[in-house]
Design a protein. Structure first.
Length: 283
């Protein structure tokens, strides 16, 4: 154990955390796990999390993100025989609050089979290079690559036949390779590679979500003292600062314990919502 690492909570002492990833998320999750909880970790050999869905489209994600993540962690635990797992799942598309910009929502999950505990935290961020384009000229592809932070961030190139993927190239991080593929196909579909090991920006958002999770795992229930007490729900309806009509922003935060079920309600820190979030003042 690293010098200065905390003593593991007694319910986790002597156990190893399995990080469910095949895309090197342990680079951020592992050090944070050791620093905050003092627990050793491992990654299963040859784990295939892509079986539950891929960003590039060759395998559809059929379940919602939380169910998918639970399946990934369970598969990692089954492969190792351990009972304590950690993982993350990302989703990309229009930001839920600012739909005119792309967003990255990262969910992290702590799964303890011995104690039947599941703790989830998430971060939704506008800090993403998520984008795609159909290009038919090299300057177009070159501009797309620069905007996508290439080559520090990987690209995916597809040659499509209608809705079908005829050729797929992932993890491209080299200008010569990119130019060769363009010369080969002429017209192609370019995408940002959103796998964590090819996307440092996404890895940073995963780190933010993991920090939230580890902070919560150090927070104990006021009633039963079990770790993992935190926000589990919220009630919308924070009044608009201008017209006082309810907005979709939360007016009450609900915190609860995953073990004993104890709940608390906390009012929002700000009593009024900005008019920019009001469907009446800013439709």
């Amino acid at each position: 154990m690293a010098a200065g690492a905390p003593t593991p909570d007694s319910i986790w002492a002597g156990r190893t955390v399995v990080i469910a990833t095949q895309h090197e998320k342990e680079r951020v999750l592992g050090p944070l796990l050791l620093f905050h909880l003092g627990l050793p970790w491992r990654v299963p050999e040859n784990i295939n999390t892509d079986q539950f869905g891929t960003f590039s489209g060759e395998v559809e994600r059929v379940d919602d993100p939380v169910t998918t993540l639970r399946k990934k962690i369970t598969a990692a635990l089954d492969a190792t025989g351990e009972t304590l797992g950690l993982g993350s799942e990302g989703s990309f598309g229009p930001h839920p609050e600012f739909p005119w910009v792309p967003g990255d929502q990262e969910i992290v999950m702590w799964l303890d089979l011995e104690n039947n505990q599941e703790v989830i935290e998430l971060v939704t961020s506008t800090d993403t290079n998520y984008h795609s384009a159909v290009v038919s000229a090299w300057p177009q592809l070159e501009r797309f690559a620069h905007e996508a932070k290439f080559p520090s961030h990987g690209l995916i190139i597809k040659k499509m036949d209608g809705e079908q993927i005829r050729h797929l190239h992932k993890g491209i991080t080299n200008w010569d390779v990119l130019r060769t593929l363009f010369n080969q196909y002429g017209s192609l579909h370019a995408e940002t590679d959103m796998r964590a090991n090819f996307n440092p920006t996404r890895m940073q958002v995963i780190e933010l979500a993991a920090r939230k999770l580890f902070a919560r795992l150090q927070n104990r229930c006021p009633q039963c003292r079990w770790p993992g007490f935190g926000e589990t729900n919220w009630l919308a309806g924070l009044p608009c600062e201008n017209c006082r009509r309810p907005t979709r922003l939360p007016k009450v935060k609900i915190t609860s314990c995953t073990q004993c079920g104890f709940c608390q309600e906390e009012p929002a820190a700000d009593p009024l919502a900005s008019a920019q979030f009001c469907d009446f003042c800013n439709p």
